[in-house]
Design a protein around this ligand. Structure first.
Ligand SMILES: Cc1cc2nc3c(=O)[nH]c(=O)nc-3n(C[C@H](O)[C@H](O)[C@H](O)COP(=O)(O)OP(=O)(O)OC[C@H]3O[C@@H](n4cnc5c(N)ncnc54)[C@H](O)[C@@H]3O)c2cc1C
Length: 184
């Protein structure tokens, strides 16, 4: 599938996904690409290597800006309104000062959170740690007959190779469970 790329792209976020979206947009032909991150450079989740990569590809990274409103004209994005931020003690606050960037494409790269409600049932609760699924060394969750692996588990390193290895380990564990008792 192909995704049309805008001339002026704004990416909201400060992690690896934001950098990927910005760099790829530039490589695919966007004229201006700006990453807007709501905290300072030292708080960005993206590694220094990735930040340098973005800069080397002509991506502008702006800090201390949080999105307020996407501006649309004729059913299309025409800009984004942002607010400057600052630290007030240990709390991040908006300063009230606003800025508008012209944009015809806006990407949101601010992560995801896991909502376990749909998996909780029959009295058993899916145990979480740090917002992710808690598993034992074999990948077993707190729910009977449910194993997990990959990005959704706590303590992982968010790499494809680890997700694949955890899938393999869980499959072996499931096989042992099925063959030892006659049932899982
Ligand atoms: C921008 C970016 C760059 C990355 N670069 C690298 C890299 O260079 N090297 C590397 O090793 N790793 C990289 N990663 C990490 C890597 O992509 C993940 O670690 C890996 O994909 C984890 O695999 P997973 O199967 O756990 O999850 P995913 O690959 O995220 O698969 C989960 C799947 O579940 C689906 N899903 C979610 N909820 C539901 C639901 N309720 N019902 C049905 N389906 C659902 C999702 O749509 C998705 O298809 C990168 C990640 C990102 C976002």
């Amino acid at each position: 599938a192909s995704l049309p790329v805008g001339r002026r792209v704004v990416v909201i976020g400060g992690g690896m996904t934001a950098i990927d979206a910005a760099v790829q947009s530039k490589l695919l032909g966007a004229e201006e690409v700006t990453i807007c991150y709501r905290r300072g450079q030292e708080h960005m989740n993206a590694s220094e290597f990735e930040q340098d990569l973005a800069a080397a590809n002509g991506v502008t990274i702006r800090h201390w800006l949080q999105p307020k409103r996407v501006i649309a004209a004729g059913g299309k994005v025409s800009g984004i309104e942002l607010e400057y931020t600052a630290m007030d003690g240990d709390k991040l606050v908006g300063t009230g000062e606003r800025l508008t960037l012209v944009a015809d494409q806006v990407f949101k790269a601010i992560g995801q959170s896991f909502v376990p409600a749909a998996l909780n049932g029959s009295g058993a609760l899916l145990a979480l740690e740090g917002g992710r699924i808690k598993v034992d060394v074999e990948g077993r969750t707190s729910l009977p007959n449910v194993w997990a692996g990959g990005d959704c588990i706590f303590g992982g390193d968010d790499l494809t190779v680890s997700a694949v290895a955890q899938g393999r380990d869980a499959a072996e564990s499931i096989h042992r469970a099925l063959t030892s008792n006659g049932r899982a």
